[in-house]
Design a binder for this molecule. Structure first.
Ligand SMILES: *[C@@H]1O[C@H](CO)[C@@H](O)[C@H](O)[C@H]1NC(C)=O
Ligand SMILES: *[C@@H]1O[C@H](CO)[C@@H](O)[C@H](O)[C@H]1NC(C)=O
Ligand SMILES: *[C@@H]1O[C@H](CO)[C@@H](O)[C@H](O)[C@H]1NC(C)=O
Length: 365
């Protein structure tokens, strides 16, 4: 019996050593990282942003990570995902980030669903400190044709939001209270959208003859802008909004490169050229696997450049130890999806689930 215990201890020691070795070889982040969560989620949900922070710490130890929080408490932050004025929230975040000393030399930003849209707002309108790389997952850059559903029927805040929208998404009352109405782009009423939506037409420089040059200057100043679309997204409509696709008044879905927004470069996207990346993540809205996040995002965009090649090697040799430290048996790739799309994941993760909530599920065997 004792022998067995000792063997186990030795085994864990050897895991520790592997982890330590990879750390020593230096996996460092290029910049500090700022996260902005999605609707129904909060800054500090241990199963979503918290779990993602953990993953970043495993891969890029010692990285400074800040998760955006609107309001004084986690509860207020959750509510702010449904109620408030996006323009004010972006100003608030501008102030919040400017007071964080670790960010003063710039940072890389990752936004989830609506959080990615709002981070783009931060870049266009504020950007002090400046964003180096902007990464958005399933963000409604081109607006949504429908107010998102509540994935968790128990989320009363979400239900209240949906019932308020019935008063008319473009009414001044709703526009000044409901976040989702502020990126609602009704393809049957594009004029109403331009006239009454208080956020998105301005952010996208859609007003005829009025283009804010700061927006395009600041967006095109990004080192890289990575837009990830989910292959089977049925939560934000259309899913291609994550790449800025939007409906015209003939009710046709128009790819970015065929839009005036791109051709006349209202936002500096065209100027970005090859620095604008279009990625597809398999699966449903916010279903991001550890593997995707690591191989498509962390190593290409978040890790310091010089270390990039050694990261791959380090990771491969160290991966089993990382999964062991998580309490997972077997390969980590399929055992610890950051975000899982299956029905279970939502109940596992508990309350506060909104449509845009990344579910960071640690699937125990
Ligand atoms: C353009 O945007 C900047 C940053 O938000 C703002 O300060 C400025 O007033 C805007 N300019 C116009 C003409 O709206
Ligand atoms: C645009 O971003 C730059 C940093 O990239 C910043 O210095 C500048 O002040 C920003 N513009 C506005 C109007 O904030
Ligand atoms: C994870 O699943 C995919 C298919 O979904 C498979 O191709 C891959 O080999 C699996 N990886 C591991 C480590 O089991």
């Amino acid at each position: 019996m004792w022998k067995g215990t000792i063997r186990k201890i030795l085994l864990s020691l050897s895991f520790l050593i592997t982890v330590t070795t990879t750390t020593i070889q230096g996996q460092t982040a290029e910049k500090p990282i700022v996260l902005w969560h999605g609707m129904g989620d909060s800054c500090c949900n241990p199963e979503s942003m918290g779990r993602l922070e953990d993953l970043i710490q495993q891969l890029l130890p010692g990285t400074f990570v800040h998760s955006v929080q609107i309001g004084k408490t986690v509860k207020e932050d959750h509510e702010a995902g449904f109620f408030g004025i996006v323009n004010n929230q972006i100003d608030f975040v501008c102030e919040q980030l400017s007071n964080i000393p670790e960010l003063k030399d710039g940072f890389n930003a990752i936004g989830f669903s609506q959080g990615g849209l709002f981070l783009r707002g931060y870049v266009e309108r504020c950007n002090q400190p400046s964003v180096h790389k902007l990464i958005t997952f399933g963000s409604p850059h081109g607006g949504v044709t429908d107010i998102p559903n509540c994935m968790n029927p128990g989320d009363l805040t979400c239900r209240l939001m949906r019932s308020m929208v019935r008063y008319g998404a473009y009414s001044s009352y709703v526009q000044h209270r409901v976040i989702q109405a502020q990126y609602f782009k009704d393809p049957k009423n594009l004029q109403g959208y331009l006239d009454h939506n208080i956020f998105l037409p301005d952010l996208n420089n859609e007003f005829e003859g009025i283009k804010n040059k700061t927006y395009s200057d600041n967006l095109s100043s990004l080192d890289t802008f990575v837009m990830i679309r989910f292959a089977d997204d049925s939560m934000v409509k259309p899913g291609e909004t994550a790449w800025f696709w939007t409906y015209n008044d003939e009710h046709e879905l128009v790819p970015l490169e065929h839009q005036s927004l791109y051709k006349e470069d209202w936002l500096g996207l065209r100027k970005l050229g090859g620095r604008l990346k279009f990625l597809v993540s398999p699966g449903q809205h916010m279903q991001i696997t550890d593997d995707f996040f690591e191989t498509q995002i962390v190593w290409p965009y978040l890790a310091a450049k010089d270390d990039k090649d050694s990261h791959h090697l380090n990771h491969n040799s160290g991966s089993s130890s990382i999964s062991s430290s998580n309490g997972c048996s077997g390969g980590r790739n399929n055992n610890s999806d950051i975000i899982s799309s299956n029905g279970n994941s939502i109940s596992i993760s508990g309350s506060d689930t909104g449509v845009a909530t990344p579910r960071l599920v640690h699937q125990q065997p």
